[in-house]
Design a binder for this molecule. Structure first.
Ligand SMILES: NC(=O)c1ccc[n+]([C@@H]2O[C@H](COP(=O)([O-])OP(=O)(O)OC[C@H]3O[C@@H](n4cnc5c(N)ncnc54)[C@H](O)[C@@H]3O)[C@@H](O)[C@H]2O)c1
Ligand SMILES: [Zn+2]
Ligand SMILES: [Zn+2]
Length: 377
């Protein structure tokens, strides 16, 4: 495909700063979108000329993990010993070059590509779909956020802001965003969150003060192992510790920031050993639910792309083409080729699972399409 837009991710910074084992000469770039230049002979669903978004994981769509909805841990696409899951232009994630280039080769295109409306409208909004929006969405999902709850998001980078935006879409009553960069905190405020400046006072204390001493209902970690104190000194465990202090007992904590078991490029000997002081004891004591899994972009893009029903807000993801009405869909299903079904299987599985949980909590089904997909299988 011909790249029309690609981003530099916070995860690329770890590689640019020499904090990973990425091989020299690798072309980075895993947040890609563009226009298909040419489709291979085995590709059936994608055609040359189509505008597409590329989720950052590269997955086969049919191995055990892909079938279960965990395309981020595909068992087939990464030949690296001991590693499941592949990505474009990323350390240890397989021999794939990234899209900070003119062209990108996309394996398993039928499974991996999300088709977008033609033209070049909403280019900057759609480009969020390859990684950042689904990752932020997944942070809120892992945290177990329910409508009416409060959530604290650490990190106001693109991932943190998208987690905050997702939390607002999902009905959070109060969203705190912790960072120290004034421009980023201003963006958090602009999308409806309450900014918390960790350089002014202890962020956990600020959250406790704002919640009558009880803490936020859940939290999202969107900083990663290069977390630092106000002076810029890195402490890989800092944000995890502060999250535990800021979230009420039994509250969920979703971790989407990247953590490394070892970090030879870190400044101090202790930090080189990785986040050893991860407060496991506190997690256990609190009975917190916490999740830390890379994001299955293929499954989550459609969920993240659902339009915000409560009116426009920045940044706006435009409405995607509507699904045909239910009766027509039933007819379409009968003639749908097997490839199309394969493509929808894992995504439907994950959204269905999420749907079940959401229905259990909220009553009426949030998304009829998911239920219908499930019934069709
Ligand atoms: N799980 C995934 O699939 C996935 C996908 C994309 C990004 N990521 C990871 O998510 C993390 C965030 O990504 P990003 O693109 O937003 O990165 P970023 O570097 O742009 O943002 C990180 C933010 O954290 C802030 N920060 C640093 N120390 C802090 C502290 N002690 N308290 C609060 N905030 C602090 C920084 O000021 C910065 O604004 C990175 O670790 C990235 O690798 C994970
Ligand atoms: Zn990324
Ligand atoms: Zn697979």
């Amino acid at each position: 495909m011909h790249i029309t837009t690609t981003n530099i991710c916070g995860s690329d910074l770890h590689m640019y700063e020499g904090r990973t084992s990425v091989e020299e000469g690798k072309i980075l770039g895993h947040e890609n979108m563009g226009v298909v230049a040419e489709a291979g002979s085995a590709v059936g669903r994608i055609e040359a000329g189509g505008r597409v978004s590329v989720p950052f994981n590269i997955a086969c769509g049919s191995c055990r993990n892909c079938e279960a909805g965990w395309a981020s841990f595909c068992l087939r696409t990464n030949p690296t010993e001991g590693m499941d899951g592949a990505a474009y232009g990323y350390a240890n994630m397989g021999p794939y070059d990234g899209g900070q280039a003119e062209y990108l080769r996309v394996p398993h295109a039928d499974f991996n590509l999300l088709r977008l409306p033609p033209g070049n409208d909403h280019e900057n909004d759609f480009t969020m779909l390859s990684d950042i929006f689904p990752t932020g969405w997944h942070g809120a999902e892992l945290a177990g956020l329910r409508p009416g709850e409060s959530v604290v998001v650490f990190g106001a980078g693109p991932v943190g802001l998208m987690a905050a935006h997702s939390a607002i879409i999902r009905g959070a009553a109060k969203v705190f965003v912790v960072d120290k960069e004034p421009g980023r905190l201003a963006l958090a405020e602009k999308i409806g969150a309450q900014p918390v400046d960790f350089s002014q006072a202890d962020p956990a204390q600020q959250i406790l003060d704002a919640t009558g001493g009880k803490g936020a209902d859940c939290g999202v970690e969107a900083v990663g192992y290069q977390a630092h104190d106000p002076s810029g000194q890195e402490h890989p465990e800092l944000v995890l510790d502060k999250l535990v202090e800021s979230v009420r007992s039994t509250g969920g904590i979703g971790v989407v920031g990247v953590y490394l078991p070892q970090d030879p490029g870190a400044a101090t000997e202790q930090a080189q050993q990785g986040p050893d002081s991860l407060p496991v004891r506190h997690f256990v004591q609190q009975g917190s639910a916490h999740g830390h899994r890379a994001v299955p972009g293929q499954a989550l893009q459609p969920a993240a792309a659902r339009p915000d029903r409560r009116g426009p807000r920045e940044p706006v993801v435009p409405r995607l083409p509507r699904t045909p009405p239910r009766r027509r869909r039933r007819r379409l299903r009968q003639v749908r080729p097997p490839r199309e079904r394969l493509d929808q299987g894992p995504a439907a599985a994950v959204t269905e699972q999420a749907g079940n949980r959401a229905r259990a909590r909220r009553g009426p089904p949030p998304h009829r399409l998911r239920r219908d997909r499930h019934r069709s299988r």
